[in-house]
Ligand binder design. Structure first.
Ligand SMILES: *Cc1c(COP(=O)(O)O)cnc(C)c1O
Length: 408
């Protein structure tokens, strides 16, 4: 045999006597079979074996098994991003003529996927208020197949009554898809609250270092899992062993990271509540949060993501505030080791004072920096805000006085 052929066909040397603590990275497109008969029967093992690299390798299957275990579930399918996982779930569950109910606090791309894409395939989307609870029953008709919950909403942090919504869905034969990215499996298990399917963007807490994009769908329903797997195959969706390996690494430190960022975030939230420059602090562990009692009932903890509304005199000055932060870096996404700040549009209907240009909130993703550095950073930015804003007092025909901030 030629040396070239030997080089091409030499597999790895024996791994006998070798043991590592980490799952090996098994890269593959082609998977080889011992016989033509085994090759022809490969799809018998499609759902739990190996047929082609896109549909699973030992590394990606290990990640799926760990996540299924975390959710006390039987099945998990990993996808290239959280958004692709949501899109796959909805396209697997819906067909022309169906209706989907989506919480108005849902992740922006979830709402756009429904409104911009599913609408072109004859699916009707109805938004409902996150606080609706069992009241969603009024929006459920015989065409309603799916109800999307996201508790809390990842910008305005509304907590939803998932058991009540799941009860209404079950009565109508509809399916509940829960975006559990804020809590992760460690702080909430929507499957125990009645959801049929959980989506978690692994890009956030599981990845944990702002350098990974992955999503997961988790369920206890074998038929549903097979449907997702079949639809994902025809769409060509799969993940790389390298990405799966980074997620497996992230899972090892996730409990410690979540605990640390959760404690720091709550410390900051409590402190911010006492600052006059801050209007609302949107954090479910605060007793005055409207969803606090449901959060205590259904969640085991809070993550490091929360938001604030600036007090009315400063509501038009979100950009100035965000721009003067130095430790918090400006960007989208969250759940990384470094703290991130995001100026976000406030889409909630119950905004207290609609001052022009004020419909923005400040979202903090608290990372692993010592909390005093984060507090000092925010404090300096708040002080700068007070120094930079001229207060203008307006009086209307009824004699109501409003105070607005204008930059000096
Ligand atoms: C980030 C995020 C997603 C989407 O995840 P990607 O991996 O970035 O596509 C979905 N839902 C929520 C709540 C998120 O925060």
């Amino acid at each position: 045999m030629n040396r070239e052929t030997k080089l091409l066909h030499a597999g790895p040397i024996s791994d006998e006597g070798f043991r590592s603590l980490s799952a090996p990275v098994t890269r593959a497109s082609t998977i080889v079979f011992p016989s033509s008969d085994a090759f022809e029967r490969r799809y018998d093992r499609f759902y739990d074996g190996y047929t082609y690299g896109l549909y699973g390798t030992p590394t990606t299957r290990t990640l799926e098994a760990r996540l299924a275990e975390l959710y006390d579930a039987d099945h998990c399918l990993c996808l290239p991003s959280g958004q692709s996982a949501t899109a796959l779930a909805l396209t697997s569950l819906l067909k022309a003529g169906d209706r989907v109910l989506v919480t108005s606090a849902a992740y922006g791309s979830t709402r756009s996927f429904c409104h911009d894409t599913l609408s072109r395939f004859g699916v009707e989307t109805v938004l409902y208020k996150p606080a609706a609870g069992a009241g969603v029953a009024r929006l459920i008709d015989e065409r309603t197949r799916v109800i999307v919950v996201e508790s809390p909403g990842s910008n305005t942090i509304e907590i939803q009554d998932i058991p009540a919504i799941a009860g209404a869905a079950r009565a109508a034969g509809a399916c509940v898809l829960a975006d559990n990215t804020w809590a992760s499996a460690l702080n909430c298990n929507p499957l125990d609250l009645g959801a049929d399917l959980v989506m978690e963007a692994l890009s956030k807490h599981v990845g944990g270092h702002a350098d990974l994009l992955l999503g997961a769908l988790v369920t206890r329903d074998e038929g549903l899992y097979r449907r997702l797997k079949d639809t994902g195959r025809t769409m060509g969706l799969g993940i790389s062993a390298d990405d799966a390996s980074l997620a497996l690494r992230g899972l090892q430190t996730m409990p410690l990271r979540l605990e640390r960022e959760g404690i720091s975030a709550l410390t900051l939230a409590r402190w911010l509540q006492c600052r006059s420059e801050i209007g609302d602090v949107l954090h479910p562990a605060l007793p005055n949060h409207p969803g606090h009692s449901i959060w205590r009932r259904d969640f085991q903890g809070a993550s490091g993501l929360f938001s604030v509304r600036l007090a009315p005199p400063f509501q038009a000055n979100v950009s100035a505030f965000v721009d003067s932060l130095k430790v918090f870096r400006i960007g989208a996404s969250w759940g990384s080791t470094q703290s991130i700040v995001t100026p976000q549009l406030d889409v909630s209907a119950n905004q207290a004072l609609p001052v022009p240009g004020s419909n923005r909130i400040v979202r903090f993703s608290v990372g692993l920096e010592p909390v005093e550095d984060l507090q000092a950073d925010i404090e300096a930015a708040l002080n700068a805000l007070v120094a930079d804003v001229v207060h203008e007092h307006w009086i209307d025909e009824e004699g109501t006085i409003t105070t607005r901030g204008r930059e000096r």
